[in-house]
Design a protein around this ligand. Structure first.
Ligand code: CA
Length: 505
């Protein structure tokens, strides 16, 4: 570790010590005042925009026929569906933005994390990696240009909430404080750590596949080892038990239920796989579809649990994914085709990499059965949840979409991406880039060769027709908009072969 890195780590530890609440905190009674709503953030990993029977496009597609997600359909019927919601193109940037309300360019956790002081992004194509925040949310470089006043659970705790994380955390690298969700403000951590995927979904094998590095083993669920249970179901059971403790103490809860599903490995969830095998899908695709239905079943268990306790009208449920669906590798069939009509998939600048399903339900409060096409971002979840919870919503970048949840017009705002990295897999749009969507247009700036692409994503959702040369004024305007945002955030950029940092778009 360099001296500067040590200093950063020390500052990070101090920052986190100042921010952290006790992980052992029990729910405390607040029966003497009107409680704010419970909040469930139901986050599915790597779930594509088309990976649902509930359509998020204007047309039903063969994907909507393939998958069975009746509980997401129910959530959309009873709540508000956002058809142009965006995440970042891989896991950790989205999760850190969600927890901080910061743009990726500002928190600089622009790629996925695993081990302390160890970048995970390859170098290729004559580009060297940027100096990004590969330790994750624990590194104070994330706050070099902005004050991280508090994480989302800390804001809600300050408003009286008991805060629970169940499932995948993936906020910070192993060996740093941010690997532990309790160090980031959660009162309860069920199975969350530095790993971004499970070694195995099977309790039978202790959530560890023979031969795997134990860094991938899901931790904290030891009492289930050896049982014939699937991780998605175990997490749901544990999450509801923790939420039940909050209810018993009459304390509102934040339940951040972040499933490891539907990330690889595609272990067979035998509760659901037969339907897809019978439909003739290749085994790998049958297992993928079963992972999705398992996540949907978990959502159903949460909704039924709220109903059974008379809590539905006192609880906001947000459903979303953290990036586009995997399509570059690991799937049966032609790569880069599993998110059609969107182009490409996870890791890509194109819509297949970043457009995600988002639905929000608060019965009696949010409009039911409503579809909104206004673009919103995972960066916006932080202020939105804080506003709904009566907590302080201030954050560096996110813009609350609360008005839409009250049936009021939502003013459009630009959505920004900054992923200046190669990824392990390759494919269309899977290369170092920054981007902005403003209205109907989306500008992408690819750092290799320094080139712009412009799409009208309303008329051309598949991003087949590059308008950069045809609409030079729009291209110039959006490049300037993107350049200003990156400069404001202090974005870290790839370097050329000579080590010199590349110019802004
Ligand atoms: Ca992911």
């Amino acid at each position: 570790m360099t001296g500067a890195a040590r200093n950063r780590a020390r500052r990070a530890a101090l920052l986190l010590a100042a921010l952290a609440t006790s992980c052992a905190a029990a729910p405390t009674s607040s029966a003497d005042r009107t409680p704010p709503p419970n909040v469930v953030i139901f986050l599915v990993d790597d779930l594509g925009w088309q990976d649902l029977s509930a359509p998020f496009w204007r047309e039903r597609t063969p994907w909507n026929e393939r998958y069975h997600t009746p509980n997401v359909e129910r959530l959309c019927r009873e709540g508000t569906k956002f058809t142009a919601a965006y995440a970042h193109c891989v896991c950790t940037p989205t999760r850190v933005s969600l927890l901080t309300g910061m743009a990726a360019a500002r928190h600089r956790v622009t790629h996925w994390t695993l081990r302390a002081d160890t970048p995970t992004d390859p170098e290729r194509g004559g580009l060297r990696r940027p100096v990004w925040n590969w330790n994750g949310l624990t590194d104070t470089d994330a706050t070099a240009n902005a004050t991280l006043a508090a994480t989302l659970p800390q804001r809600l705790a300050a408003a009286g909430y008991h805060t629970i994380l169940a499932g995948k955390a993936h906020f910070g690298a192993a060996g740093t404080p941010g690997a532990d969700p309790c160090q980031l403000g959660f009162d309860v951590n069920i199975a969350g750590w530095a790993n971004g995927a499970p070694s195995s979904y099977l309790a039978q094998t202790a959530f560890l596949r023979a031969g795997d590095d134990p860094i991938w083993q899901v931790s904290g669920l030891e009492r289930y080892h050896g049982q014939d249970l699937f991780l998605t179901d175990v997490l749901t059971t544990e999450a509801l038990a923790a939420a039940g403790a909050s209810v018993a103490a009459q304390q509102p809860f934040l339940l951040y239920l972040a499933h490891y599903a539907v990330h690889a490995p595609f272990d067979a969830d035998e509760r659901f796989a037969a339907r897809y095998r019978d439909a003739g899908l290749p085994e790998r695709e049958a297992r993928y579809a079963a992972l999705i239905e398992g996540a949907d079943h978990s959502l159903g268990r949460v909704l039924d649990w709220l109903d059974a306790r008379g809590l539905a009208e006192d609880t906001v449920v947000l459903f979303l994914s953290d990036n586009g669906g995997l399509s570059a590798h690991g799937r049966a069939g032609e790569p880069h085709t599993h998110n059609t009509p969107l182009r490409s998939g996870k890791g890509s600048a194109y819509e297949g990499g970043v457009r995600v399903p988002l639905a929000v339900r608060w019965p009696g409060r949010t409009p039911a059965g409503v579809e909104l096409a206004v673009p919103v971002s995972v960066d916006d979840v932080f202020p939105t949840v804080c506003e709904l919870a009566g907590a302080d919503p201030r954050c560096p970048d996110g813009v609350a979409f609360t008005p839409a949840l009250r049936g009021q017009p939502l003013a459009p705002h630009p959505v920004f991406w900054h992923h200046p990295h190669w990824w392990g897999a390759t494919g269309p749009g899977i290369e170092p880039y920054s981007g902005v969507r403003d209205g109907r247009y989306k500008l992408l700036w690819f750092y290799a060769g320094g080139r712009a692409e412009l799409y009208d994503v309303i008329a051309d959702i598949g991003e087949r027709h590059d308008l950069a040369a045809e609409l030079p004024e729009v291209t110039t305007r959006l490049r300037a908009l993107l350049r200003r945002q990156l400069a404001d955030c202090g974005a870290t950029l790839p370097r050329g072969a000579d080590g010199a940092v590349l110019p802004l778009p």
